[in-house]
Design a protein around this ligand. Structure first.
Ligand code: SAM
Length: 236
């Protein structure tokens, strides 16, 4: 899979891309991630990429020229078609099912905003898939892009040492359950013992117990979410 990232801060990605699973996946050719600086597509002498919003208001907006031209250039650098994703707080909220869809694409192009975001003509021209990583505002799309990349990479064949571990993760499978309680050594810690069933060696019973734990954890989470999520319209 190839992932292109368009950003004003390519240096932010260097440690992230070299470390751990992603570094290994890159070295073994499972994933090819490249960064491009949006500023390289600015035509002005001062390499300006942002300007004040028409109509007034705080902050600066990314100008359409460098962003659109940067995307067009990166797209044309490889005949493989790319799915353009704009990281944006107003996009559809990222979920595991979307990550699974993205992981099947041969090529993604991630567009990271900064300042107050993009001039809207970027969206009109590129018609990107707008993705948010949650209902809060970051200063830039870089961390959001890293979230997306890390979630996708886990699903690519060969990236995880044990391919079944992603299948058993939270939000995977048809039921989208979260993972239940898990334990490792020691058998007892501060008076808390590992449940006997996990030491029984009976794989059928263990699988049944794990499923029950998963269902209970999912119910607890659903209960917490429905009791704490404020409605967007509840402001008075
Ligand atoms: C400071 S934010 C712009 C916020 C914008 N003025 C608004 O109110 O929606 C700058 C950039 O950070 C990224 N960003 C911020 N929050 C995000 C989120 N929750 N999910 C994805 N990207 C986000 C986007 O790329 C955005 O263009």
């Amino acid at each position: 899979m190839r992932i292109d990232i368009l950003t004003l801060f390519p240096e932010v990605f260097s440690g992230f891309l070299q470390g751990s699973l992603l570094g290994a996946a890159h070295c073994s050719g499972l994933i090819d991630i490249r960064t491009t600086n949006i500023r390289d597509f600015s035509t002005g002498t001062h390499h300006q990429v942002d300007d004040r919003p028409y109509g007034g208001g705080p902050g600066m907006l990314l100008m359409p020229g460098p962003v659109v031209e940067g995307v067009e250039f990166v797209k044309s650098s490889d005949p493989m078609p790319s799915h353009v994703v704009m990281l944006s707080p107003s996009g559809r909220r990222l979920e595991q099912s979307m990550v699974e869809e993205f992981s099947k694409k041969p090529r993604l192009l991630l567009l990271c905003g900064r300042y107050e975001g993009f001039d809207d003509r970027v969206r009109e021209i590129l018609q990107p898939d707008e993705v948010s990583i949650g209902d809060y505002v970051l200063s830039g799309g870089e961390v959001a892009a890293m979230v997306l990349i890390e979630a996708i990479a886990r699903l690519l064949p060969g990236v995880l040492g044990d391919p079944t571990s992603a299948l058993n993760d939270s939000f995977s499978g048809d039921e989208r359950l979260v993972e239940g309680a898990q334990y490792t050594r020691p058998r007892e810690f501060r008076g808390l013992k590992v449940p006997d069933v996990l030491l029984s060696g009976d794989h059928g019973t263990i699988a049944k117990w794990r499923l029950e734990q998963s269902v209970q954890a999912t119910r607890r989470r659903t209960h917490t979410l429905t009791n704490t999520t404020p409605s967007a319209t509840s402001r008075s």
